[in-house]
Structure formats: structure tokens, C-alpha cells
Design a protein around this ligand. Structure first.
Ligand SMILES: CSC[C@H]1O[C@H](OP(=O)(O)O)[C@H](O)[C@@H]1O
Ligand SMILES: Nc1ncnc2[nH]cnc12
Length: 308
């Protein structure tokens, strides 16, 4: 492994030029702290105008394709969902040239048919977070991105096809679903869990909505591999969720998740799909470019450079 080194935002341009771009990014959630199959691994620490990301970025090759991996909660799982530096993580992905971002996440199931070990590729979110910085904009630039379809349908399609092709034993694929994103860190009450069920929620987690929103602002196509670990606390025939329960299923899930990611990366590299997410800012920025403060333009350079 290359020695860990320190880069500043100013050095990023040189960094990108000095190595092949990683167009595909992977964010590993609870239980997925590394990708075993990565080769030619290089660990890079990146500073961003939004602070330090969750951990060093792991650049590597997956079956011949360059990818970059980040452990969402840090490799030792030391960051709470509310403590995650979502903006720094996505800004750094953008700076590295990432165009497609795959998230792997542990979720609770809110519907009987999505059972532990199943895989859900959500297409919608409901936001129950309350304590997060969920935009890059402000400080003299106003932008409103479209978020009606918060997950990139093209990327989700590739991810779904990859899961289906693997025929994983004991795993049912659900190609759509609504991910309820709570603030955490406590799990929900039974009344909340039942409320989310009545809203049509399919799965529940604490991280992906914020990430998806920022990825859209950064014009990165984003999709979630939601790995069911539990039935939250609503199911009359199952115990309420505990960390112990989650960890047991995560160990099984993490292996499957890596197979799915490998197959998705292979498919994406062969046939990168068009994504509307790549043009999300085209008609989203209200403030005239010449009115945006220079410092803000510099801060958002990785996002705005094609519009400046
Ligand atoms: C460890 S259980 C709760 C924790 O797991 C999920 O994290 P991630 O989305 O990063 O896999 C969930 O969102 C909570 O943060
Ligand atoms: N039941 C649950 N609620 C919130 N986040 C989760 N992550 C895994 N299971 C969860």
C-alpha cells in the first residue's frame, strides 16, 4: 500500500492529473469497511473546503477498473450518522472525478416482504433528519436542484441488473422502495415505525438521503444498495432491532454486497449510462455567475468549474 499522504484542495488538480480518474465511487456503510478484491491500492487523505472526510480514500483497481472507496463511518466505525461529514465526503468524490456513486447501507425493513438479507434498490426517500448540513450552496450562491427522483434511475437499473444476475441464495431483490432517513442514533419507537409503514416506507436508515442530495448537487449519479438487517421494531413476530442483530446479518450481507458492487462496476465500466444527474446544476443556479463572490466560487470550484 502506498504511504498515506496529505493533499490540500489546491493540490487536487495535480492529483487528478497525476493518476487515472476514478469515475466510480463506492461508499461502504455499516459492515462494509473495505473492499477485499481491490488491488493496486493507494490510500489518499483529502482535505476539502467542507472539512475532512470520514476517512482516507482508498483508490484501487477492481477487476481492471479504477474505483475509489470510502468507509462512511470511518474504518473503525467511530462516526455517528449525525457526525458524518457528508459534504466533505461528496466534495472529495467530485474532486477525484467520480461520476457514479454507489452506496452500500444497512437498513431495517418496514414491510414483511423485505426480509433480512434481502436487497432493496430504493427509488425514493422521506426525510426525517433534523440536524444536518445538506447543501453546498449559500454564501452568495443560490441553487435549487430537482430532487423528485432522488436516485439516478439509470444507475439503479445497472445495480438492480447486477444483483439479479448473481442469483444470490436467500436474497430477494426489490427493485424499488422508499427509504425513510431518520436522524438517529437511536432506533425508532414502535409508533414511529408504524407511522413510516403507513407512509409507504419500505426500509429505514440514517444516512442515504443526505448523501443523495449532496451527490445530486455535485452532479454525481447516486444509487443505494440497501441491505436489510432487521425488521426495525414494528413486526409482531420479530424482536425489536438491536446492534447485535444487525451485526450478525451484516457479516453475511457484506460478502454479498462486495459481489454486487464488483458486478455493478464491471457493467458500468463497459457501458456507462447517461444520467440526468450529470446535468443537475444546468438550470438550478439562480444567482448570476458574475454576482457570486469570488471566495464562494473558489470554495465550490469542483462543482462549478464547468459553469464558470
Ligand atoms: C449499525 S446500525 C445503524 C446504522 O447503520 C446504517 O448505516 P449505513 O447507512 O452507513 O450502513 C444506518 O443508516 C445507521 O447509521
Ligand atoms: N432499524 C433500523 N433503523 C435505522 N437504521 C437502521 N440500520 C439498520 N437497521 C436500522
Amino acid at each position: 500500500m502506498a504511504q498515506r499522504s496529505q493533499y490540500t484542495t489546491k493540490d487536487l488538480q495535480q492529483l487528478i492529473e497525476a493518476m487515472p480518474e476514478a469515475k466510480i465511487g463506492i461508499i461502504g456503510g455499516s459492515g462494509l469497511y473495505k473492499m477485499e478484491a481491490l488491488t493496486d491500492v493507494e490510500e489518499i487523505k483529502i482535505e476539502t473546503p467542507f472539512g475532512d472526510p470520514s476517512d482516507a480514500f482508498i483508490l484501487g483497481t477492481l477487476d481492471g477498473h479504477r474505483v475509489v472507496f470510502l468507509a462512511r463511518h470511518g474504518r473503525n466505525h467511530h462516526l455517528l450518522p449525525s457526525e458524518l461529514p457528508f459534504r466533505a465526503n461528496i466534495y472529495a468524490m467530485k474532486s477525484l472525478g467520480v461520476e457514479y456513486l454507489l452506496s452500500a447501507s444497512a437498513v431495517g425493513s418496514l414491510q414483511a416482504e423485505a426480509k433480512p438479507l434481502d436487497m432493496v434498490v430504493p427509488d425514493q426517500f422521506i426525510d426525517r433528519t433534523k440536524d444536518r448540513e445538506a447543501t453546498f450552496f449559500g454564501d452568495g450562491i443560490v441553487a435549487h436542484i430537482g430532487f423528485g427522483d432522488p436516485i439516478c434511475p439509470s444507475l439503479a437499473g445497472v445495480l438492480g441488473d447486477a444483483i439479479a444476475s448473481l442469483n444470490l441464495p436467500d436474497v430477494t431483490l426489490h427493485r424499488s422502495g422508499t427509504y425513510i432517513c431518520i436522524e438517529g442514533p437511536a432506533f425508532s419507537t414502535k409508533a414511529e415505525s408504524n407511522l413510516y409503514r403507513s407512509w409507504g416506507g419500505t426500509v429505514i436508515g440514517m444516512t442515504n438521503l443526505t448523501e443523495a442530495k449532496l451527490a445530486r448537487e455535485a452532479e454525481i449519479a447516486y444509487a443505494t444498495l440497501a441491505l436489510v438487517t432487521d425488521y426495525d421494531c414494528w413486526h409482531p413476530e420479530h424482536d425489536s432491532v438491536t446492534v447485535e442483530m444487525i451485526i450478525g446479518n451484516l457479516q453475511l450481507n457484506a460478502k454479498n454486497a462486495q459481489l454486487v458492487i464488483q458486478s455493478t462496476v464491471e457493467r458500468l465500466s463497459k457501458n456507462p449510462p447517461d444520467s440526468k444527474a450529470h446535468r443537475a446544476l444546468k438550470s438550478a443556479i439562480f444567482t448570476p455567475m458574475d454576482q457570486i463572490p469570488e471566495a464562494t466560487k473558489q470554495k465550490l470550484a469542483a462543482l462549478l468549474k464547468k459553469y464558470l
